[in-house]
Design a protein around this ligand. Structure first.
Ligand code: ADP
Ligand code: MG
Length: 676
């Protein structure tokens, strides 16, 4: 009898299995049906034929037509993965992750197996991987280990129109290797129509156009400029919700902080609305959003509800969210800006270009007629906005890229095959900085320090800080600091109703005015001492997720230290050793206190202020070194540590002379001091 029972059980289990499998199968079939509805689908065979016939192909198709998710699958189906991996690059981490998740789903495989992604500090691929989504920066780093990309059969440089620095450098490198790797297929895909430029650059490569389907979009401008675009965006979203027919809303904001603020205000204002209005689902999306929350924006909106997606530029072309009918465009984005004269880099909230504004508007007309609300005037649009965004290569610090090209053996940077060359001044500045950091010698050749620095996927100043820690025997502390800095400004959290508590918790890590870098180290070490407790994080207003990420990054940095043969040494009681390591990397970013409480940067004088979130904001040491400069309402420096000015001359004798660091507080100030 027992055996019959057993038999029954087995049968039941088998039944379950069959049911599960058929469910999965029908889900896959449903996905396949969806795939067939994409604009690219009718061109599948024609596209494969073109790829077969040409080594380099420029592919143009509107956002959402299926380029990113479908082309790698078509290539796989056509057998290209038998010869090697398919790489598809994305300018943004979130896009790489999200698209890989979608494609693994469509192929019915586990993410990280056949389909994976690779972004900085996170490798979600395996031996099995055949389709690899990756940031353009990661593919660039692959050249260091495999200069001919031998393991790849196809490289698809996607979102080429974004013209990020890494994409532009990739152009030059893949063009070069395609000459001696005739078996390598090169696809350059773009959402905009200025494909001629790509074609010209790649020796007149043919252009394959995927006709889009587009519905009319009604454009509304404001009558007068908005004083507060965030507030205007929120009000507009609520008005749409209250007065317009069903359809989801997409709001373009500039960054995480803004998105979080908008989310909070929207939640607050909709709370009081009761049941008169449909439910409003608020879905944020930005680079640092944890991946489990990223998936939420793609979930279908429940019947009767309305979704409002609060997104950064990522939703402009990288990600397509189905169901959007209304777009709110305040007309701004956060953009890196770089002054090659001073070498100073900062993040600025900048007006977008006309091309961007068109893309944004287009997001509303994908599945039906849409509406776009521009929170600026028609006059602004026509007269103030640039036609196109300037390629990043012309407005950024090039030190990182120059270091990488040098380690690839490319010495003659002036004659590198740039699509649009960077300003010569910016190249010189990068060489100068790398020389001052000790990464290059007088002949512009890579030094041992430079080679070690290249191993770290970090900005040269951070890499130098780590390499320098060998001398001061505090590499253990320094990699914790580097990891915490790499996580960004999401370690501490500060709920609106508990700001005082949160600020006090934060100040605990700053006793003795140790500075923000050592403060971060203390946070990390304290967490470690609690055996990585989440309760501890909760009690100290620290985001556990950010801490876990820091731990992860730290582990990887520890591995890289081993690779460059630097011993992991701890010296946490010697704060000067730690600060000297920091100064060895960040000496170009030093500033001196002024009489009025502001600071003046030493080398290229500019007035800055310590960010209010800094542990030193009220201490105001005479000399400081800072991690980054941000421009919001004022020029702020963030992550600040006190500095002994003698160290500048000691650690960077090629960069500073004694006269730069003489304490002139007692001297008469030259006129104009204190003004930028
Ligand atoms: P393109 O690269 O041409 O802009 P995509 O291949 O990114 O187009 O998008 C094709 C379709 O796949 C779109 O309808 C989009 O909504 C859908 N899609 C892409 N990523 C996801 C995702 N993570 N979840 C659900 N749908 C997605
Ligand atoms: Mg795409």
């Amino acid at each position: 009898k027992a055996s019959v029972m057993d038999g029954d059980n087995v049968d039941l289990e088998e039944m379950d299995d069959v049911v599960e499998k058929s469910k999965a199968k029908s889900a896959l079939e449903a996905l396949l049906e969806e795939r067939k509805k994409l604009p690219i689908y009718p061109y599948r065979d024609e596209l494969l034929k073109a790829i077969d016939e040409h080594q380099v192909l420029v592919i143009v198709g509107e956002t959402g037509s299926g380029k990113t998710t479908q082309i790698p699958q078509y290539l796989h189906e056509a057998g290209y993965t038998k010869r090697g991996l398919i790489a598809c690059t994305q300018p943004r981490r979130v896009a790489a992750m999200s698209v890989a998740a979608r494609v693994s789903h469509e192929m019915g495989v586990k993410l990280g197996h056949e389909v994976g992604y690779s972004i900085r500090f996170e490798d979600c691929t395996s031996e099995k991987t055949i389709v690899k989504y990756m940031t353009d920066g990661m593919l660039l780093r692959e050249f260091l280990g495999e200069p001919d990309l031998a393991s790849y059969s196809v490289v698809m440089v996607d979102e080429a129109h974004e013209r990020t620095l890494s994409t532009d450098i990739l152009f030059g490198l893949v063009k070069d290797i395609s000459r001696f790797r005739p078996d390598l297929k090169l696809l350059i895909s773009s959402a905009t129509l200025d494909a001629e430029k790509f074609s010209d650059y790649f020796d007149s490569a043919p252009i394959f156009k995927i006709p889009g389907r587009r519905y009319p979009v009604e454009i509304n401008f404001t009558k007068a400029p908005e004083a507060d675009y965030l507030d205007a965006a929120i009000i507009t979203a609520l008005q749409i919700h209250a007065t317009q027919p069903p359809g989801d809303i997409l709001v373009f904001l500039t960054g995480q902080e803004e998105i979080e603020t908008a989310e909070e205000i929207l939640k607050h204002r909709t709370r009081g609305l009761g049941t008169k209005l449909a439910e409003l689902m608020i879905c944020p999306i930005y680079a640092n959003l944890p991946s489990e929350l990223q998936a939420k924006i793609f979930e279908p909106t429940p019947e009767g509800a309305r979704k409002v997606v609060l997104a950064t530029n990522i939703a402009e072309t990288s990600l397509t969210i189905d169901g959007i009918k209304y777009v709110i465009d305040p007309g701004f984005c956060k953009m890196k800006s770089y002054n090659p004269r001073t070498g100073m880099e900062s993040l600025l909230i900048t007006p977008i270009s006309k091309a961007s504004a068109m893309q944004r508007a287009g997001r509303s007309g994908r599945t039906g007629p849409g509406k776009c609300y521009r929170l600026y005037t028609a006059y602004n649009f026509h007269n103030d906005l640039d036609d196109n965004t300037i390629p990043e290569i012309q407005r950024t610090n090039l030190a990182n890229v120059v270091l990488m090209l040098k380690s690839l053996g490319i010495h003659d940077l002036m004659h590198f095959d740039f699509m649009d060359p960077p300003p010569a001044e910016a190249l010189l500045k990068a060489l100068e900085l790398l020389f001052a950091l000790g990464a290059l010698n007088k002949l512009g050749e890579l030094t041992k320090v430079g080679r070690q620095m290249t191993e770290f996927p970090l900005d040269p100043m951070l890499s130098k800080m780590i390499v320098a820690s060998e001398k001061y025997k505090c590499s253990d502390e320094i990699i914790s600091i580097a990891a915490m800095l790499s996580v960004g400004n999401s370690i501490f959290y500060r709920p609106k109703d508990k700001q005082v508590h949160a600020d006090n918790a934060r100040l605990n890590f700053h006793s003795g005015n140790v500075g923000d870098h050592v403060g971060l180290m203390k946070v990390y070490n304290s967490w470690k001492e609690t055996n990585y407790s989440s309760q501890w994080c909760y009690e100290n207003y620290i985001q556990i997720r950010s801490m876990k990420r820091a731990r992860d990054i730290r582990d990887q940095l520890a591995g890289l230290l081993e690779r460059v043969e630097i011993e992991l040494a701890s010296n946490s009681s010697d704060l000067d050793a730690i600060k000297k390591s920091i100064t060895s990397g960040f000496f170009p970013q030093s500033a001196r206190l002024q009489k009025n409480g502001s600071y003046r940067t030493v080398k290229h004088p500019q007035t800055v202020h310590i960010h209010p979130s800094s542990g030193l904001a009220h201490v105001l040491p005479r000399w400081v070194i800072y991690h980054e400069l941000v421009l919001t309402t004022k020029e702020y420096v963030r992550q600040v540590t006190e500095l002994n000015p003698d160290w500048l001359v000691e650690l960077a004798p090629h960069y500073y002379q004694l006269k730069d660091v003489e304490d002139s507080v007692s001297k008469k100030m030259p006129c104009g001091e204190g003004r930028a």
